[in-house]
Design a protein around this ligand. Structure first.
Ligand code: ADP
Ligand code: MG
Length: 325
């Protein structure tokens, strides 16, 4: 199969899985043409997945496709943006038809779920690397940013934290793996509906890709504030509790593990009820885990009121240990 057969096949699949009226010209020319609705701002993000760094080498092709879009939709969610279009830059060692079919299935399944059209991309040869760019909209001025947190705001997170990091730990250290945790690593759920519902309610937002401590840290530094977290309030899944009964080990995963793709956001306490309603309508659980302080830096309190020292602060791409394999 040639590169051109693949592109023709993909073009067809993309059309079947979700054509949009605002795509004037999709796959097949030098670039795509799309119509941006009036009064909307265009939001653009890109994320790359590298084999062995962003997913274990044994990850199924369909899950790689799914995750490549999910991590981008998570960025859209964190901006309060409605996703519309995506580009796919794919670098792969060989034209493996089975792999490409599986990959496209996962990618286009999630795209269809969110009404996102594949409008173009690039296909090259090299070590497996997947780059997806997503574009979407917000009403002018309504995007959620990292810089709006105010002293006294509540700190919230959606869903639960630490599952993906626990799965990665299991993958790295031993044969025993929980399929539930592994699913959270391979198929993160982008909180798009939650992000849209938080427009006008949240003062700042970020998605948690590199661990809560590090990503909340970005909100804090961008907003010029600090935060105090209550570790006893970190939302935890039943599967994670099963595997990590020790509080300290679990908190470390929840604070410093990556790949959660939950939203962390801040909001005035007066908005708490409206946020609970909005999150319920979006079908997502959300928990208050602490509050914003004038004193800068991040402090974490155990249920006994003791301070936990934060040793690791999350994933860093250029650190010595930044590999999953
Ligand atoms: P060019 O040499 O002009 O860049 P290509 O042969 O790379 O053209 O691409 C032809 C068309 O196929 C373009 O419209 C491009 O957007 C699309 N395309 C190529 N690779 C992909 C891909 N991996 N996913 C989606 N569209 C792709
Ligand atoms: Mg090209």
């Amino acid at each position: 199969m040639s590169e051109f057969d693949w592109i023709a096949w993909l073009k067809d699949k993309a059309r079947q899985s979700g054509a949009r009226d605002d795509v004037v010209l999709g796959i097949g020319d030098d670039a795509a043409i799309c119509s941006v609705p009036p009064d909307m701002q265009l939001i653009t993000c890109t994320d790359t997945l590298v084999a062995g760094v962003h997913f274990p080498e044994d990850t199924r092709a369909t899950d790689i496709g799914y995750k490549a879009l999910a991590v981008n939709l998570s960025d859209m969610a964190a901006m309060g943006a409605e996703p519309a279009w995506m580009n796919l830059a794919l670098t792969l060692p060989e034209m493996d038809w089975d792999w490409l079919q599986g990959f496209s299935e996962g990618l286009l399944e999630l795209a269809a779920e969110h009404g996102v059209s594949l409008i173009g991309g690039d296909t090259t040869r090299g070590p497996l690397t997947v780059t997806v760019t997503v574009q979407g909209f917000v009403p002018a001025g309504a995007a959620l940013r990292r810089s709006g947190a105010r002293v006294g705001d509540d700190v919230w997170v959606t869903g639960s934290l630490g599952d993906a990091a626990a799965a990665l730990q299991q993958y790295t250290h031993g044969p025993m793996q929980s399929m539930k945790l592994r699913h959270r690593l391979d198929r993160p759920t982008p909180r798009v509906a939650a992000g849209l519902a938080l427009r006008g309610l949240a003062s700042a937002a970020i998605d948690i890709s590199d661990g809560l401590a590090q990503d909340l840290g970005h909100i804090l530094s961008n907003s010029g504030v600090g935060a105090e977290l209550e570790l006893g309030r970190l939302p935890v899944s039943a599967s994670l509790l099963d595997f990590h009964k020790d509080d300290n080990a679990r908190w470390a995963l929840q604070l410093s593990g990556g790949d959660d793709y939950e939203l962390c956001f801040t909001a005035a306490p007066a908005e708490a009820f409206a946020i609970e309603q909005a999150m319920a309508a979006a079908g997502v659980s959300a928990s208050v885990i602490g509050h914003i302080t004038a004193e800068t830096g991040l402090r974490c309190l155990t249920p006994d009121g003791e301070h936990l020292a934060l040793e690791q602060t999350g994933y860093r791409h250029f650190s010595e240990t930044a590999h999953v394999h």
